[in-house]
Design a protein around this ligand. Structure first.
Ligand SMILES: [Fe+2]
Ligand SMILES: [Fe+2]
Length: 264
């Protein structure tokens, strides 16, 4: 079985060099060895059932009424490794988002109580995102980022610092973070949609149910992150001083954090 994802047809963004390199990380790399065998989506390791056998009543007796008889082929090692990285980085990112809002709320609510409903709404959605990826991480036995303590400290410092500058700077922080995270989720959606089609026992191809569920989760969260981006702009993120330094600096930090949390 190949350890690399097949090159997709068409001119998709996941063909960019950085993405291609990421997908070509060998399965037996130092980072993944010893962990990978426990951290795949085990539910996707479907046993092939020959279509001709599934028509016999006895052959279906062990299946529940709503259980499909058509099975997908197994994921490749590269696909399993990609799913691990995706869940790891998303869990770390949502954890970071929670700590950013915690820092901002702590500083802003005393002097600017009118921001409470806005920040609370966004924070509640981040809590849901974080809980969801925590559950996915546990279910699929994905190793958390080893830099988790650093993400916590860094994120709360980012929230406190930007809020201490001004409410507009806090919103500029949200604008920058959500710009990067929205793009990050879009990139994951492109890969999961285009590179996880597997052969099925009925002769067709399709994306396995568990991967489709992950795609829907990421779509939902991506849309909410982009709502946070709009909320930040509506609340004067562009009035922050110095806007360029804050937003470009935070975008750079977020990109480094995404790259690191996928791997470490
Ligand atoms: Fe989020
Ligand atoms: Fe967000």
């Amino acid at each position: 079985m190949t350890a690399e994802l097949q090159q997709p047809k068409g001119n998709h963004r996941y063909q960019e060099p950085s993405q291609a390199r990421m997908l070509k990380i060998p399965y037996n790399s130092t980072l993944s060895s010893g962990i990978r065998s426990f951290s795949v989506l085990s539910g996707l390791r479907a046993t092939t059932i020959e279509p001709s056998n599934t028509n016999h009543p006895k052959s279906q007796s062990h299946l529940k009424n709503d259980e499909p008889t058509v099975k997908h082929a197994n994921l490749s090692n590269a696909q399993k490794a990609y799913l691990d990285r995706a869940i790891r980085v998303d869990q770390a990112g949502e954890l970071g988002a929670n700590y950013i809002y915690a820092g901002q709320m702590f500083v802003l609510l005393r002097k600017h109580p009118h921001l409470k409903p806005i920040l609370t709404h966004m924070w509640e959605q981040e809590v849901h995102h974080h809980n969801t990826f925590n559950a996915l991480q546990l279910k699929n036995r994905v190793r958390p980022s080893l830099l988790t303590p650093f993400w916590k400290v860094g994120a709360i410092a980012m929230g406190v610092t930007t809020a201490a500058i001004s409410p507009e700077a806090a919103m500029a922080c949200t604008e920058a973070v959500e710009t990067v995270i929205g793009g990050h989720y879009n990139e994951q959606l492109r890969v999961l949609t285009n590179q996880f089609e597997l052969d099925k026992t009925d002769g067709t191809r399709g994306v396995p149910k568990e991967v489709r569920k992950l795609i829907n989760t990421i779509k939902e969260f991506r849309d909410q992150e982009l709502e946070h981006l709009d909320t930040a702009i509506k609340n004067d993120s562009k009035e922050a001083v110095p806007y360029k330094i804050i937003t470009e600096g935070i975008k750079g930090i977020c990109r480094i954090a995404v790259w690191s949390a996928e791997r470490i």
